[in-house]
Structure formats: C-alpha cells, structure tokens
Design a binder for this molecule. Structure first.
Ligand SMILES: NC(=O)c1ccc[n+]([C@@H]2O[C@H](COP(=O)([O-])OP(=O)(O)OC[C@H]3O[C@@H](n4cnc5c(N)ncnc54)[C@H](OP(=O)(O)O)[C@@H]3O)[C@@H](O)[C@H]2O)c1
Length: 380
C-alpha cells in the first residue's frame, strides 16, 4: 500500500465532515498532551487567514505538530465558509468571515488566501498591530518586506519584534524557490553559485485544494473512459503534464519561473546571480520535484557537496546509486525535510565547477505552511 492510498483511506474515514475531503486533518494533527500545553495565557494570539484551504489546513497541522504556543486562534476564510466548524487540538472553532476588524487583538496573522486578499487585508492587519506572515506573492518583491527562509536568511527579519506594538509584514517565498534554495544555499555558501538552471515538476497541491480534487476526479474519469472535467486547468492533467499554468510574460517566461529568478536574488542578496527556470505541472498529488544545475565560482567536488548537504538543516540526502534510489514526491509528502539526491559533478563543466542535483519537497509544508510557522517561531 503506498502513502497516497493510506492517506486517502484516513481522509475518507474521519475528521471534520465540514471540510473538503482532501484536506481533513492528518493523523499527525491529533491532540496530545504536549500539544494541549501550547494553549497558554502568556502566548501570542493567532489568526489563520484562508484556514479552509490547502495551506490553511496545513498551518493547523504544523502549529500542532510543533506545539506552537498560542493564547487564542481565529479561523478566518471567505463568507462561503463562515459558520463551518473546525476542531483544532481538541477544541471546536467556528470559521469567521474575514473582515477588517478581524485583526483586533491579533499578534501574529498567518495569511494564505491569495494575493488579492493579502493586498487588501495585509496592511489592515499591520495597522492593527499584527505581524503578518504572508504566503502569497503580493509583497515578496517589496523592498521593505523581508522575504525569509529561516535556514537561509533569518537575519532579514531581525528588526521585527513581537510585542513592540508595531505591526509588520514578512513574506514567505514561492514554494519552488524555498525547495530549491534549501538545497542550493549550503553549496552556495561554500563555493558561490554564479548560475543556476532549474527545471520543476510541480504537484497539483501547489494550485490549491480544488486542483487536488480535480486531479483525483480526472484520473477516475480517464480510467473509466470518460471525458475529464477541466475546471481548474484548461487541459487534461491526469496522465499528462504541461507548462505551469501561471501567466506567460512578454519575455516568454511564466510568472512562476520569474519568481525563482527574482526571489533567489533577493533571498541571497545577490543581484548578479544568474538564474533560469522552466516550470512544469506534473500529475502528482502533493510535493514538488526540481532538477537543479549549478555553476560555481570556486570548485566543489561531489563528495564535498554530499557532505555539506548531509549536514544542512532541513535537508536529507537520499542518494543511493547502487539501488537507484533517489528522492521522490511520495517519499517527501507530509515531511518537513527537503530531500536531495542525484548529486553529481556536471560533466559539461571542467574542474568541478558544476553540479547537478535533484530535489524534492512537500510544498504545502516546507514550501508554505512550515516555512511560515518557522518564521513565526523566530518571533517568539
Ligand atoms: N498550495 C501551495 O502549495 C502554496 C504554496 C505557497 C503559497 N501558496 C499560496 O497560498 C495561498 C492559498 O493557497 P491554497 O493552495 O491554500 O489555496 P486554496 O486551497 O484554494 O485555499 C484558498 C483559501 O483562501 C480563502 N479565501 C478565498 N477567498 C477569500 C476571501 N474573499 N476572503 C477570505 N478568504 C478567502 C478560501 O476560503 P473559502 O474556503 O471560504 O473559499 C481558502 O481558505 C495562495 O496565495 C497561494 O499562492 C500556496
């Protein structure tokens, strides 16, 4: 039985009947003694914006798994979800419609309701004194807003303090950027990356809960010989792959690809690093894969690279050539660590100035919710 079968069986068997089936809490979300200790009077008050979505549900899972301390938590979503009930750490909460006054008394607001909601409500939350950790692309390239991967550039948010009474925005990078830089940064620190070529294999979960439902529905329909339903994507997704659905820009790149280019420069604080990317959607339910080719200023051999990656926080090396066992999206689904394998010297570059690696990461988790909760943890 594979991980997806197990997960789906769990999803079908229990959880809160008011939430979409693919988003029911994972077994990891069950309350435990340690978890109940996280509800504390001296802890910050939280709000989760977009709590009914793929990332929003993962926020709850991650907060619980990491025993994030809180004195209260508001569950916010659209008018459509207002009144739905969510059980979190043994307590039942009613989802509230997101309103300007939702942020009164909120210390930390975790946003994952899309860019337009972040643009509209992020500044309102900041004016109310909340520190906003935003998962959308709305503020990522704003030079006043830190763009943070805690293992990579924690210093970027050092000036933001909880309890100062001042609100602030912190942006979570794009999921493909986070997964790529988790692996590339430790190598960059050693040998300085001059150029990076990324090809992505991106899962349905990156497009939200409805896209995951559609992939499952299409797979069933195609196997039954029916026309697949195409509501989220304009073309058949099951048993197919296609260029990422982000809008294509005048330079021929799509927006997802340009996020990798621009966000890497900002996070590494290196406007000269050359990055190019091709982003592809593949019919995988959850977790992205990326092939990354790196060109360095200084030589670095593959054994040194493997050792560096083995010791990198948040990274696990799966690189068994004899067994042909390397990272897969299934193996990293619901996991915190980013997996790296296929670590090899690039034969097209002389003198150990190039490396190829293959990276997989759960982009709802490290690519979104986990990274944001780690950011929030740095505020405590
Ligand atoms: N999926 C990923 O892997 C990933 C990774 C990184 C970043 N992100 C970003 O995170 C955000 C959410 O993505 P997702 O995948 O979780 O999407 P999703 O599954 O479609 O969920 C969207 C959430 O936003 C809420 N929402 C929509 N319109 C709203 C409104 N007018 N007022 C308040 N809430 C509203 C929805 O509430 P209702 O249920 O009430 O409609 C739902 O909770 C996006 O900005 C996305 O780019 C996603």
């Amino acid at each position: 039985m594979n991980a997806i079968t197990t997960h789906h069986q769990f999803l079908r068997s229990g959880g809160d009947a008011t939430l979409p089936r693919l988003l029911k809490p994972s077994p990891l979300c069950r309350p435990s003694f340690a978890v109940r200790m996280s509800l504390r009077e001296d802890a910050p008050s939280l709000a989760v914006v977009g709590v009914t979505g793929a990332v929003g549900q993962e926020f709850l899972s991650v907060l619980s798994d990491r025993s994030f301390p809180y004195r209260s938590i508001k569950m916010l979503a659209s008018k459509r979800s207002a009144g739905k009930r969510i059980t979190f750490e043994g307590n039942e909460y009613v989802v509230e419609e997101l309103m300007p006054e939702s942020f009164n008394g909120v210390d930390i607001a975790l946003f994952s309701a899309g860019g337009s909601i972040s643009k509209q409500f992020g500044p309102i939350a900041v004016d109310s004194g909340s520190i906003v950790v935003d998962n959308s692309s709305a503020f990522r390239m704003d030079e006043k807003v830190p763009l943070v991967i805690p293992e990579v550039n924690p210093e970027a948010m050092a000036h933001i303090k909880l309890g100062s009474g001042k609100g602030a925005l912190i942006a979570n990078p794009n999921c493909s950027t986070i997964i790529c830089l988790m692996a590339a940064t430790p190598l960059h620190r050693r040998a300085k990356v001059l150029r990076m070529v990324v090809s992505t294999y991106q899962a349905a979960s990156g497009a939200g809960a409805a896209a995951m439902e559609e992939l499952e529905q299409q797979t069933r329909e195609v196997l039954e010989g029916k026309q697949p339903t195409c509501n989220i994507f304009k073309q058949q997704y099951a048993f197919n792959l296609f260029s990422h659905n982000a809008p294509v820009l005048s330079n021929g790149y799509n927006e997802e690809e340009m996020k990798l280019v621009k966000e890497t420069r900002k996070i590494w604080n290196d406007m000269n690093v050359k990055v190019t990317a091709t982003c592809i959607r593949v019919p995988v339910m959850r977790a992205h894969a990326e092939s990354v080719n790196l060109q360095f200023e200084m030589p670095i051999d593959e054994d040194t690279a493997r050792d560096i990656l083995k010791n990198a926080p948040g990274v696990v090396v799966i690189d068994d050539r004899a067994a042909n066992h390397f990272p897969t999206p299934l193996e990293v689904s619901n996991k915190d660590d980013v997996a790296v394998g296929r670590i090899r010297s690039d034969v097209s570059q002389d003198g150990n100035y190039g490396l190829d690696i293959f990276v997989c990461g759960d982009q709802i988790r490290k690519g979104a919710a986990l990274n944001a909760v780690q950011i929030a943890e740095m505020l405590l």
